[in-house]
Design a protein around this ligand. Structure first.
Ligand SMILES: [Zn+2]
Length: 233
């Protein structure tokens, strides 16, 4: 399978990182698309430097699991669905031709960039196969299946699919710690490290599913419903 995950900011891929690691390990092709540049995510660096540092951190995170790395560079906090952004997302999907797309949950997520990312994926999903809408890459061979990843710390999210990532916790932990520039926020705000924050969430979902570490997903209703076998566990 070819699995493409959409991360609105550099570090949102962590919500499905263990699952990506698991599928990468069994020979599936993985890509991570970082949609915005994360330029406001620092209190000590200016926007330009923050974006540059976060691109390197995101690339390092993708490298942990040998995922293809795509950086779209949209402005942090100002992502909208319009013709230009749709065509950009459409092209990146066609370039990879995924069987599965993982993106945020547009009905339950809290952040406008997360919701806009999911909306963009939703908006172009059928278009990916339509030949009369031209982009640089040829149309996808089939409409990708869509999975919503868990929300930040699981708020409002009712999973329909769990993935046991217990053997891949260590890789997920490595990916979290690639995002060095983000470690101060959690510590300052809540007195927990980024790793602790992610670990609690991952163990919470794991224990719900009867394993130590887990990740949760939800399958949105969409036309057309796909009836063939396959997909995440
Ligand atoms: Zn985010």
């Amino acid at each position: 399978m070819r699995i493409m995950a959409f991360s609105p900011h550099p570090d949102d891929e962590i919500n499905c990182a263990g699952t990506l690691a698991k599928y990468a390990d069994s020979g599936h092709e993985i890509a991570i698309v970082f949609v915005t540049n994360g330029e406001v995510g620092s209190a000590v660096m200016d926007n330009e430097e923050t974006a540059r540092v976060r691109e390197q951190e995101a690339s390092a995170s993708a490298s942990v699991i040998n995922a293809q790395f795509f950086w779209l560079g949209f402005q942090d906090e100002f992502l909208y669905t319009d013709k230009a952004s749709r065509l950009r997302v459409l092209e990146i999907i066609r370039k990879f031709n995924p069987d599965i797309i993982i993106c945020p949950d547009k009905e339950n997520d809290y952040h406008p960039d997360h919701i806009a990312t999911a909306q963009l994926v939703w908006d172009v999903r059928i278009m990916t196969t339509v030949p009369n809408i031209k982009t640089d890459s040829p149309p996808c061979t089939k409409i990708p299946r869509l999975y919503y990843m868990d929300t930040v710390i699981g708020i409002n999210f009712t999973p329909s699919v769990y993935v046991d990532i217990t053997p891949y916790w260590e890789m997920k932990r490595k990916m979290v710690n690639c995002h060095v520039s983000q470690q101060g926020w959690m510590k300052d705000q809540y007195d927990v490290t980024h790793e602790e924050f992610v670990k609690v969430h991952t163990m919470f979902r794991g224990l719900q599913a009867g394993c130590k570490y887990g990740e949760a997903f939800r399958v949105p209703k969409f036309f057309p419903e796909r009836i063939e076998e396959g997909g995440l566990l």
